[in-house]
Write a protein that binds this ligand. Structure first.
Ligand SMILES: *Cc1c(COP(=O)(O)O)cnc(C)c1O
Length: 396
């Protein structure tokens, strides 16, 4: 991956100071803004001159957060949203119309599945899924009414990688909008716009905040597409609060150093797990054993903060592993300073059948760990004692 001045942009790319000469970005907790005169009010409402009117439309804090994020992702424009799902929804509903078709990777986030499977059909928007592991089937699934390709890479929770350069070319060839949920990688590890993505969507709740404090999201992309998404978001209302935007902007300042450590800790845990006899499969994009290791290295700066592995045995051993953890948190979030573990087969993906789970790489004993920033010795010690306590031998 190319090098850029990521850290400087994330720390110094802030608004000009106000007359108070503050060093840090101020917080604008105001629902509306005052007009100088009737003519200015008319011109602002008519979009003839820029300026803040009402915080559902725009506010300095979400604007400052987004302008930094655009610089980090290499996109022309963007809009901050109240959650990652608001970003996913607006990035599709703001652009697609009844009769359109979306081609998505099968392993999208659970709520994105609900939008595609349950909500969009009510508005006449259809979809098909294609497998990350079978790139040859994607082109044949493009229909005359396909308008958008929606993917996540690395995928959740199987950590499969989609070739973004190949996908960018496929989208270009068929004149489709390529929309990439870049939440797992963050702009520090991967910039889909460089490979031809027209939209880059984020849950800012995860590594971007990184401290388990806020729900937020962002849609970034070309000026033309963001104009449509902004219109949709302004009038339907899922925009980001100034306070959460202020927190997220502060978090961007430390994203690079946090991601460096998340990734080195995750690689250390994955390497340790590979040599453990109670574990049957370890998946981490930067492990040489990952089936798409070379592709991951080509499009990602580092391997990310998530590791998945299979506890030998099955669903019961997976559950027992979680019940045995002492320090590591058992919670559905990810991308936190605190290490978090979850057993997808009995929680986040429990509504799928065994066959559906297998199709997205979720084996019965699969554990997903979001590796935090605690001392590595403590992370490994907790995983080690929980593996011992859940090993089929100790359950006999
Ligand atoms: C969490 C997550 C989302 C949804 O984000 P929220 O902020 O929870 O609404 C979307 N995509 C991925 C990949 C996620 O991990």
């Amino acid at each position: 991956m190319e090098d850029n001045n990521f850290e400087t942009l994330a720390i110094r790319g802030q608004y000009e100071r106000t007359e108070h000469r503050e060093h840090s970005v101020p917080l604008y907790l105001t629902s509306s803004f005052v007009f100088d005169d009737a003519e200015q009010a008319r011109a602002m409402f008519a979009d003839e001159i820029p300026g803040n009117i009402y915080s559902r439309y725009s506010n300095p804090n979400p604007d400052e957060f987004i302008s930094k994020l655009c610089a980090l992702e290499g996109t022309e424009d963007g809009i901050a949203t109240s959650s990652g799902m608001a970003a996913m929804y607006c990035s599709m509903a703001g652009i697609l119309s009844s009769g359109d078709h979306v081609l998505a990777c099968r392993s999208v986030f659970g709520s994105t599945h609900q939008i595609l499977n349950t909500i969009f059909p009510r508005f006449g928007i259809s979809h098909s899924y294609a497998d990350v592991a079978a790139p040859e089937e994607w082109e044949s699934k493009i229909l005359p009414n396909t308008r958008m390709i929606f993917v996540e890479t690395p995928s959740n929770p199987a950590l499969d990688i989609i070739d973004l350069e190949w996908l960018g070319k496929l989208a270009k060839k068929h004149n489709l909008i390529l929309n990439v949920d870049n939440c797992f990688a963050t702009p520090y590890l991967q910039n889909p716009a460089r490979f031809g993505a027209h939209l880059v969507t984020h849950s800012a709740t995860k590594f971007m905040d990184g401290q388990g404090r806020v729900i937020g999201g962002a849609v970034l992309g070309t000026k033309e597409l963001i104009k449509q998404v902004r219109f949709f978001a302004r009038h339907t209302g899922p925009t980001l609060s100034p306070f959460n935007a202020w927190l997220l902007s502060k978090s961007l300042e430390t994203l690079a150093v946090r991601m460096e450590r998340h990734c080195s800790n995750a690689l250390a845990l994955a390497t340790w797990l590979e040599s453990n006899q109670d574990v049957s499969l370890v998946k981490y994009p930067f492990l040489a054993s990952h089936p798409q290791h070379r592709l991951a290295k080509k499009q990602m700066r580092l391997g990310g903060g998530l590791v998945t592995f299979e506890v030998k045995g099955g669903i019961e051993q997976g559950r027992q592993f979680l019940n045995s953890l002492k320090m590591i948190s058992h919670t559905p979030n990810l991308g936190d300073t605190r290490t978090i573990a979850i057993h997808p087969a009995s929680t986040t993906h429990s509504k799928l059948t065994d066959a559906e789970r297998a199709a997205v790489g979720i084996m019965p004993g699969l554990i997903r760990i979001s590796v935090g920033l605690e001392d590595m010795k403590d992370i490994i010690a907790d995983v080690q004692q929980a593996l011992k306590a859940s090993s089929p031998k100790s359950l006999l």
